[in-house]
Write a protein that binds this ligand. Structure first.
Ligand code: UP5
Ligand code: MG
Length: 199
């Protein structure tokens, strides 16, 4: 597909900041196609015959960033599929959740797929994110919702992913939202900020 066929919003924030929760709200309100890079990687890990299963499992458990070729290919495939399959009901509008989380990914995606229109950044203190993830870990079955993996995810977020937010900040593309209130309150603030910016 051509970059002019699509509008992409990146949705960033630390582990457990509420990216997935708010993307679900945005889909209901505005009709986007929601693509979570983490969900796509987990699905690829489970896909019979995938050559990347073991690699993805290992990276996710250790909170490390899977080599970008894998993730970008999965995103591009999912975008192509969405554009072909839903009669383009969402008009090529995509929420890309949890990506890019390393500068090289950001550069590569913008070069080879398309530039992002804006970045929603859900800002949340570690203590709050840790509580949410440990609580979710009681039932999520996610291999990285345990104290040790959570610590590693936080470190990767600070060292590797925050520079991506700073990079887009310099381009004035970031809308930063406090992710600590209730999900409804966070969504209300998100809507207000989007209206402010785009009318
Ligand atoms: N919750 C949500 N909002 C709340 C609120 N306002 N108040 C109270 N509770 C709230 O929410 C997390 C939990 O908190 C839920 O129980 C929710 O009900 C509650 P969620 O909406 O799931 O938050 P989210 O930010 O989506 O958290 P997630 O755990 O998905 O974030 P991560 O960024 O850690 O996970 P992701 O799936 O994106 O990535 C996982 C791993 O995949 C990475 O660590 C990495 O190893 C790999 N990866 C790559 O290698 N490359 C990529 O490009 C992407 C991922
Ligand atoms: Mg998520």
């Amino acid at each position: 597909f051509s970059p002019s066929d699509v509008t992409v919003l990146f949705v960033l924030g630390g582990p457990g900041a509420g990216k997935g929760t708010q993307c679900a709200n945005l889909v209901k309100q505005y009709g986007f196609t929601h693509l979570s890079a983490g969900d796509l990687l987990r699905a690829e890990q489970e896909r019979p015959g995938s050559q990347f299963g073991d690699l993805i499992r290992d990276y996710i458990k250790n909170g490390l960033i899977v080599p970008m070729e894998v993730t970008i290919q999965l995103l591009e495939n999912a975008m192509t599929e969405a554009l072909q399959s839903n009669g383009n009901a969402t008009k090529g509008r995509f929420l890309i959740d949890g990506f890019p989380r390393k500068l090289d990914q950001a550069h590569k995606f913008e070069e080879s797929v398309c530039p992002a229109r804006m970045v929603l950044f859900f800002d949340c203190p570690e203590k709050v994110m840790e509580e949410r993830l440990l609580e979710r870990g009681k039932t999520s079955g996610r291999a990285d919702d345990n104290a040790e993996s959570i610590r590693k995810r936080f470190r990767t977020f600070i060292e590797t992913s925050m520079p991506v937010v700073d990079y887009y900040e310099k381009q004035a593309k970031v809308v930063k939202i406090d992710a600590t209130p209730t999900p409804d309150q966070v969504f209300a603030n998100t809507k207000a900020r989007l209206t402010e910016k785009f009318g």
